[in-house]
Design a protein around this ligand. Structure first.
Ligand code: ARG
Length: 603
């Protein structure tokens, strides 16, 4: 089942070919003059240049081929040689009925589904999540849903940053503060009887009091001390090495850190409508690093460089020199890139993705380029199989990455609370949801908050940075998430009323679509454009195309609703318009779901 735009494009391409012109010139686009036509083809102008003929004459020859196509009400030549196409009402009605009957509301499946892994979120133990993690979570969640909806088999992985130097810092800080914990670590370290199964399951009572708040409090201090004091840093490195060697005390204390962080993070993510299928950590690939280093060495890729071991990845023709992948530091430890490379191997042994999407800050572009090149050199991945999908920053009004008023990083948890407060305020201002039970009102406020944050983020192309403006994001007017929720809820309430009337025998139920009014035409054409929007979003890793479609659909419906009475129309017209309303709602909810936004029943 193809959309009208594509079907028409194929017909125009065939017409170009039939008059001896290159078929690909027949591409159609939505008309610049919707008052005159639905679609247009500019191909005759390009063709004229190529073959040195008059563009209007070529356009006329192509148009003649299209005469008699039952889908077209008019084919006209305009200006220097544009071909304007106006669809016939029955063709529009057919397409609307098709979309209405389609469980996928007009969206196609990819012809060849792939196994796709989305690496997103990327939170870290003890380091609070900042706005970069927020963007990654919002974008990654949307890509996961979009790829899945189009038929791929998709796994989303949080890639938890739970290994490395930061962990040594924390072990040091926590044991320094609490002698009982220090004693327990020492006692456990001395035990030789603990099996790997014990290490995976024991929860020593002495560690049970360590909470996320402690880590939040201790980490910044420890990080600062580590920077300033070489002895402190060395000790943190030693503790990191102990952890990585699985000394029981260090290891079990670290497990407590990872656990309390994960619980809190999952709660925050869930509140944002972000849920991972896999929660693997950097620690999970630690055992792969040694054999991997040996393999890189055997393949002749590892080079000694002032005590460190690196893989050179620069290529002839590079515009600038790319640094090598640092595999083993001069102190003998594995680095961020080492873990990423080992993770590629781990994923291959597991889900074996054909495509891996890394939704990570644009500022890590070099890191990924280096890792990907190393992976290709080592034969761990094929060219193009690993994709860094970068994004810009969420800025404050000063144009710099957003900070709290106190100058700190904004924690995700605080951001969610702040946005919910604002959402409640907005709902009260608009007099919405006030007569509903308090629990339902809270649920609505939560949904408005998520819609505000996600839509504000996803409506921009991911590469662009944007300014954090909670007032604007939460407004019920303009191009915002709350506006779209409000529109969807309005349609829901209209449909409820229609249902009630139909049940009481006071009005027709939904029935076949017929298209007559310009606003109906426009609405059907907008519904028809869903698949193109999804295709663009999918191909460019760019959910903003879906956001744009959702907004256009809401606007188109709004115009239709203003111009075309629904409930009061005569039965056949009412039935047709109800189907249009139902279909609009389904498609709008689907599009919003792909952005990770849920619509309340009422508000
Ligand atoms: N934890 C990292 C950070 O906070 C992001 C991880 C991104 N994913 C990856 N495979 N490197 O910057």
């Amino acid at each position: 089942m193809s959309d009208l735009k594509r079907a028409l494009g194929e017909a125009v391409e065939a017409a170009f070919a039939a008059v001896g012109l290159p078929a690909e010139l027949g591409r159609v686009t939505p008309s610049d003059r919707p008052d005159l036509a639905d679609f247009q083809s500019n191909g005759a102008l390009a063709a004229a240049k190529r073959v040195g003929k008059n563009p209007r004459e070529l356009a006329a020859a192509v148009a003649a081929r299209l005469e008699g196509d039952p889908r077209l009400a008019a084919v006209e030549i305009a200006g220097p040689g544009f071909i304007n196409l106006k669809l016939a009402e029955p063709a529009l009605a057919d397409r609307a009925n098709q979309i209405a009957a389609d469980p996928r509301v007009g969206a196609e499946l990819v012809p060849q589904p792939r196994r796709v892994l989305v690496d997103y979120g990327g939170p870290n133990v003890a380091k609070p999540m900042h706005v970069g993690h927020l963007r990654s979570s919002i974008l990654g969640e949307s890509l996961k849903r979009l790829y899945r909806f189009r038929g791929d088999s998709v796994v989303g992985d949080a890639h938890f940053g739970d290994w490395g130097y930061q962990m040594g810092l924390l072990i040091g800080a926590v044991t320094d503060e609490d002698p009982a914990i220090a004693a327990e670590v020492a006692a456990l370290n001395a035990r030789a009887d603990l099996t790997p199964a014990d290490l995976a399951s024991l929860e020593p009572a002495a560690f049970a009091g360590v909470e996320l708040a402690d880590l939040d409090r201790l980490y910044p201090e420890a990080a600062a001390k580590g920077k300033a004091d070489p002895a402190y840093r060395d000790r943190a490195r030693k503790l990191t090495a102990e952890l990585q060697a699985r000394r029981p005390g260090a290891y079990l204390l670290w497990r407590r850190f990872a656990k309390v962080t994960k619980v809190a993070l999952e709660r925050d993510f869930h509140a944002l409508g972000v849920d991972f299928d896999l929660w693997k950590g950097e620690s999970d690939v630690d055992h792969l690093i040694e054999p991997m280093v040996a393999d890189l060495d055997a393949k002749g890729l590892l080079v000694d460089d002032q005590g460190a071991r690196i893989v050179r990845v620069s290529r002839e023709g590079d515009k600038r020199e790319l640094p090598p992948l640092l595999v083993v530091s001069s102190e003998g430890s594995a680095m961020y890139g080492t873990t990423d490379l080992a993770t590629i191997l781990d994923r291959r042994q597991g889900f074996d993705p054909q495509l891996v999407i890394y939704a990570v800050d644009q500022r890590q572009a070099d890191h990924f380029e280096i890792v990907f090149r190393a992976a290709c050199l080592a034969g761990y991945a094929a060219e193009g199989q690993l994709q860094h999908v970068g994004f810009g920053t969420m800025n404050g009004t000063d144009g710099k990455p957003f900070k709290t008023r106190e100058g700190g990083v904004l924690k995700l948890n605080d951001l969610i609370r702040m946005t919910r407060d604002k959402a409640r305020e907005r709902l009260h201002e608009a007099g919405l949801g006030e007569d509903l039970p308090p629990e339902e009102f809270e649920d609505i406020a939560a949904k408005v908050a998520v819609a505000a944050l996600k839509f504000a983020d996803l409506q921009n192309f991911r590469g662009t940075s944007y300014v954090f403006d909670l007032d604007r994001f939460t407004s019920f007017e303009g191009k915002t998430g709350p506006y779209l929720l409000y529109q969807a809820v309005r349609v829901k309430s209209l449909l409820r009323r229609a249902d009630q009337e139909a049940k009481e025998g006071e009005g027709a139920a939904a029935g076949p679509v017929a298209v007559a009014e310009p606003a109906e035409r426009d609405l059907v054409l907008t519904l028809d454009a869903f698949d193109s929007a999804l295709t663009e979003a999918y191909d460019r890793y760019a959910p903003n195309a879906v956001a744009e479609h959702a907004y256009r659909l809401a606007q188109s419906f709004s115009r239709f609703y203003a111009a075309c009475p629904i409930l009061a129309a005569e039965p056949a017209v009412r039935a047709s318009r109800l189907t249009l309303a139902q279909t609009t709602l389904r498609q709008l909810e689907q599009a919003l779901d792909l952005l990770g936004i849920a619509v309340p029943e009422r508000m």
